[in-house]
Design a protein around this ligand. Structure first.
Ligand code: SAH
Length: 435
């Protein structure tokens, strides 16, 4: 063994995918994972700054590692993800002098270069890693059944509140052959379900020469032997089109599931957010999806307490969710982010009010999801078994609609599709038995 590493990850699925990729590279060099960052020879923090809270967590974690390093001088500390962004590294190097390497999102090679430049690791051979990113076999010791695969990096939309374009740069599509090669490698590691990722995933292929788009890519991925299910996220109401919805409807392996954030219900707030659609247009997209895919589940993201948001605006947001009977909603309290357009507006909704709006929204989500799920009582659903929970003696998996299901089954069904009859439904999970 060359040494040990630990990667601490917070934030979105893209970060999870980046961490997995970096782990593969480090393992290829002979490093082994260790459960605690403090004990590792290489400690990596993969960060998120989409709101203040995850940023604060990363800073406190980093300062504590800085303390550890005082007695452990050879330790390598690397900082990656949106905190580093594409141009924050210089400022960060002044604030956190004990950090050895700063890596922009998805740029894991910087750490590999640094490790190889150190005397104690100079015997390592770079050719152990195929540096043509994402191609190398992905380690899957946890025996995961599902994996995230980034297909578009960055974002060019510039919503008024969002820091992502500043930190991840403009959107660019990965080459189809690279994505398909990565998925083949994942299948070889036992992965049965992939989720294709992009900030606006529906924009996949816009920047590539040739007739590539998300609908085409989904069909290609579905052709891969060993892949049982394909998902994609996040969609944007202005870019999701009929061809894509039809592809989901007609391609068996592509799940009837959409992540379609609306962020706010009031047209005035939507315009200030620069989202590029009205409430009526959002309703139309949902209605088009349901016309073509009656059993589709639609999850969403919502921000409460955006500057100038009144109680009436907020109630309009709640009403939109309630009337459309969407599924899971991730509710975020507005947090001003550096350099964004909205950060120049006064953050005029108090913390207490944001908290109250988020709590009230959560209650509506629990009620609506409870009602949606109750309609499924007694039904038979198809579940991909992802894990056996020893302590509870039951399997955990998901339906194509991404609903969490626990079920009993005597045999080994890891990674298999199982028909489950539902005996109990709650807002956030379903319970049944295999038939
Ligand atoms: N590209 C996706 C997801 C972006 S980040 C999209 O367009 O929806 C994930 C979620 O974080 C967003 O959907 C939004 O609800 C939330 N978010 C982004 N910036 C935020 C901010 N400044 N304050 C609070 N929530 C924010």
């Amino acid at each position: 063994m060359t040494g040990t590493y630990h990667i601490w990850t917070i934030g979105c699925q893209m970060n999870e995918a980046d961490s997995r990729h970096l782990a593969s590279q480090l393992e290829a060099l002979g490093f082994a994972e260790t459960p605690r960052a403090e004990h590792a020879d290489i400690a990596v923090l993969n960060t998120c700054v989409v709101r203040q809270q995850p940023e604060d967590k990363a800073v406190s974690k980093m300062l504590s590692l800085g303390g550890t390093k005082r007695n452990k001088r050879k330790m390598i500390i690397a900082l990656m993800g949106c905190m580093v962004g594409r141009r924050e590294a210089e400022d960060l190097a002044v604030r956190f002098p004990f950090v050895d390497v700063f890596m922009a999102p998805s740029q894991t090679d910087a750490l590999i270069d640094y490790v190889l430049s150190r005397d104690e690791y100079s015997h390592l051979d770079r050719t152990q890693i195929e540096l043509s990113d994402y191609r190398l076999p992905v380690i899957n010791r946890e025996k995961s059944i599902t994996a995230f695969v980034p297909i578009t990096l960055g974002c060019s939309h510039a919503c008024s509140y969002c820091v992502i374009p500043y930190r991840r740069g403009p959107d660019r599509s990965r080459k189809p052959e690279e994505i398909l090669a990565e998925i083949h490698a994942l299948v070889g590691q036992g992965i049965k379900e992939v989720t294709l990722l992009g900030q606006i995933v529906d924009r996949y292929g816009f920047d590539l020469d040739g007739e590539f788009n998300l609908a085409w890519l989904l069909k290609e991925v579905a052709k891969i032997d060993g892949i049982l299910r394909v998902r994609f996220l996040t969609s944007h109401p202005s870019y999701i089109d009929e061809e894509l919805i039809r592809t989901v409807a007609e391609t068996e392996k592509v799940c009837s599931y959409f992540e379609l954030p609306f962020q706010a219900g009031s047209d005035r707030i939507l315009e200030s957010m620069r989202r590029g659609y009205t409430q009526a247009e959002y309703r139309e997209v949902v209605s088009n999806i349901r016309k073509m895919i009656p059993d589709a589940s639609i999850n969403t993201d919502v921000i409460v307490g955006y500057p100038t948001e009144t109680e009436e605006d907020f109630l309009e947001t709640v009403k939109l969710y309630d009337e459309l009977k969407l599924d899971l909603a991730h509710i975020a309290k507005y947090s001003p982010r550096p350099r964004t357009v909205s950060s120049k507006m006064s953050d005029d909704v108090s913390d207490e009010e944001k908290e109250s709006r988020a709590n009230r929204f959560d209650e509506v989500v629990a009620r609506v999801m409870g009602e949606n799920n109750a309609l499924m009582l007694g039904a038979v659903v198809e579940v991909l078994a992802e894990e056996f929970q020893e302590s509870k003696g039951r399997w955990r998996g998901r339906t194509p609609q991404n609903k969490l299901v626990f079920f009993e089954h005597e045999g080994d069904c890891l990674g298999k599709l199982v028909n489950v009859k539902l005996d109990w439904t709650g807002p956030f999970s379903l319970i049944g038995r295999a038939i």
